[in-house]
Design a protein around this ligand. Structure first.
Ligand SMILES: *[C@@H]1O[C@H](CO)[C@@H](O)[C@H](O)[C@H]1NC(C)=O
Ligand SMILES: *[C@@H]1O[C@H](CO)[C@@H](O)[C@H](O)[C@H]1NC(C)=O
Ligand SMILES: *[C@@H]1O[C@H](CO)[C@@H](O)[C@H](O)[C@H]1NC(C)=O
Length: 537
């Protein structure tokens, strides 16, 4: 008789979003088959056994905000910069950090050939398939135009054929942002087709205006990027997007909320019963303005390593406010916003600066090291042109473990909820992902096992320990008190004791369904004199 299990985890402290218990996990055919206090000895005969030694055993991380292989072309249609990670290196970094599912972004641009969302997704999928992935993956779609025919005809196809149930819209970046009326068009179509609307909420005009003023004063070094995006830029944009969403009763999720002001707006909307969700990221807790300023000088380009939008909050009170919002449910999910650009590479952080320098036309930009630094120095590395984003898919879970779980500031269940279960529910993957359910429909055996705290020696991170294709980490030198010991994808050990075990083609594309978090609240306003409920009649 075939053994009941393929793999068994014993001595684990098994954690889900609701429960914690000492038990064993039995895995068969890539699924969770049984949870039990113990298994009979004869059931374990010939079965691979992992001894968790008392450590936490959790559903694998679901990182719902990862940029890989994304064409961020400079020029009229792009944000500039070449994404340093493709599905190979990006998923390798994910799995080494305990994440088993990522959701990445297929991106429409304003170029005429990118009008069709389906074509955009097909082209993006080809990139993923060309390398394969170490983790399971799905796509969000970024929409930068409001073409009625595309929205009407293609959104249903994206759901049906691709299982793409979420779109992302921008309120900033010249090449991506939508006006309020365009935003209403897309949100309305998204609601009609049960697509979750994610919003990057920063006021583009405010940022553009401040950038001009900073430049007029010669404040162009990378550090000033943060001054061009004060918390009120997010405060205004979240407030506005909530108002627009209220008008047409459309559920929204704010991505990477980094200000107490943004969180307060989200909280107020939630208290009014509006279906408003919010994501936050490690950089809003574990990077400070001291980090942003670390290398600051009028000519130093090094701070471009820290440029991300929105920037981390100005002071520790803001960090604290954000943390309370993380504890008390204002934040629904905790993602990385991994957006990788190399530092010492002409197509990385320096690319926009080089591209936008007329006096350098015709110069060869394929330089590195000192030569590159020299070029940037001549241009002061104007932050306006520096691609925005930092890497973090591998450090996401360990930063939260170190800073919040181990210190007792959040419970293990809350940790699982924020990093795995809620993203799975919000993006229609539950309980295949984000759970350890052994009854139908059952969960994939995606699991992260930590080191036992007693025996783990804290270490200080250096970039060479990571598995991405980026030449730096913003968390260089930070102390970590735990790290995933095993990462298991559908029953297969992919990462064990510091070594990659799985194969690049082990990851699979996952189709997703609609948002599974509660959508409507009895407190939502249904009066057509105040909100446009009649739109849907
Ligand atoms: C990192 O963030 C956590 C909250 O997630 C916080 O408790 C901790 O103090 C931060 N640590 C560092 C080194 O920034
Ligand atoms: C969550 O925390 C914030 C910040 O302290 C607080 O203002 C808010 O009332 C809390 N919300 C809930 C639902 O407890
Ligand atoms: C990490 O670095 C800090 C600051 O340099 C140092 O105090 C600490 O001892 C280091 N921790 C480890 C585990 O090496």
């Amino acid at each position: 008789m075939a053994p009941r299990f393929d793999l068994v985890i014993v001595n684990g402290t098994v954690v889900t979003a609701s429960d914690i218990s000492t038990c064993c996990v039995g895995i068969k055919d890539g699924k969770i088959k049984a949870l039990a206090y113990a298994f009979d000895q004869d059931e374990l005969e010939g079965v691979e056994i992992i001894d968790a030694e008392g450590a936490y055993v959790m559903p694998g991380g679901v990182d719902a905000h990862v940029h890989l292989c994304q064409d961020l072309k400079t020029g009229p249609h792009g944000l500039g910069g070449e994404c340093a990670d493709n599905f190979d290196t990006g998923s390798r970094s994910a799995v080494a950090g305990g994440t088993t599912t990522i959701i990445t972004f297929a991106t429409q641009t304003r170029a005429e050939e990118d009008r069709s969302l389906i074509k955009v997704v097909e082209a993006y999928n080809a990139r993923a398939e060309s390398t394969g992935s170490y983790v399971d993956y799905g796509f969000h779609i970024i929409i930068v135009r409001n073409d009625a025919d595309i929205l009407e005809n293609e959104l249903p196809v994206l759901i049906k054929d691709w299982g793409i149930s979420s779109c992302k819209l921008f309120l900033t970046y010249e090449t991506q942002r939508l006006t309020d009326s365009q935003l209403l068009d897309v949100m309305f179509a998204a609601r009609k087709h049960s697509i979750t609307t994610m919003i990057h909420a920063e006021n583009g005009d405010m940022i553009g205006w401040l950038t001009d003023k900073l430049e007029a004063k010669g404040m162009v070094a990378p550090y000033y990027h943060a001054l061009s995006r004060p918390p009120i830029a997010e405060g205004e944009a979240t407030n506005r997007a909530i108002s627009l969403a209220t008008l047409i009763q459309n559920p929204i999720l704010f991505v990477h909320v980094g200000s107490a002001l943004g969180a307060a707006n989200v909280r107020r909307a939630q208290t009014m019963g509006l279906p408003v969700y919010a994501e936050t990221c490690p950089q809003y807790f574990n990077l400070t303005w001291d980090d942003l300023k670390r290398f600051h000088s009028p000519t130093c380009f090094e701070n471009s390593k820290m440029i991300c939008s929105p920037p981390p909050p100005p002071d520790t009170n803001d960090h604290e406010d954000l943390f309370v919002s993380l504890q008390n449910g204002t934040f629904t999910i905790y993602s990385s916003d991994h957006c990788p650009f190399r530092y010492d590479h002409p197509h990385g952080k320096p690319s926009g600066v080089l591209e936008h320098t007329p006096s350098m036309e015709g110069e060869n930009h394929d330089c590195h090291g000192e030569e590159l630094q020299d070029l940037l120095l001549r241009k002061n590395g104007a932050f306006r042109h520096v691609p925005n984003g930092i890497p973090g898919v591998e450090t996401r879970l360990s930063l939260l473990y170190t800073g919040a779980l181990q210190t007792g500031r959040i419970t293990p269940q809350k940790f699982v909820e924020l990093t795995s279960t809620n993203p799975a529910k919000l993006y229609g993957l539950y309980p295949k992902k984000g759970a350890l359910m052994n009854l139908q429909p059952g969960s994939d055996a995606d699991i992260v096992i930590w080191h036992p705290e007693k025996s783990f020696k804290p270490f200080n991170l250096t970039n060479s320990m990571l598995h991405h294709n980026v030449d730096y980490t913003p968390y260089e030198g930070k102390e970590f008190t735990n790290w995933p010991r095993y990462t298991i994808l559908r029953g297969k050990v992919m990462w064990a004791n510091g070594e990659l075990k799985g194969k690049l083609r082990d990851g699979q594309y996952v189709k997703r369904g609609p948002n599974q978090l509660k959508k409507d609240s009895p407190r939502m306003d249904k009066d057509p004199r105040r909100v446009a409920t009649w739109l849907y009649e």
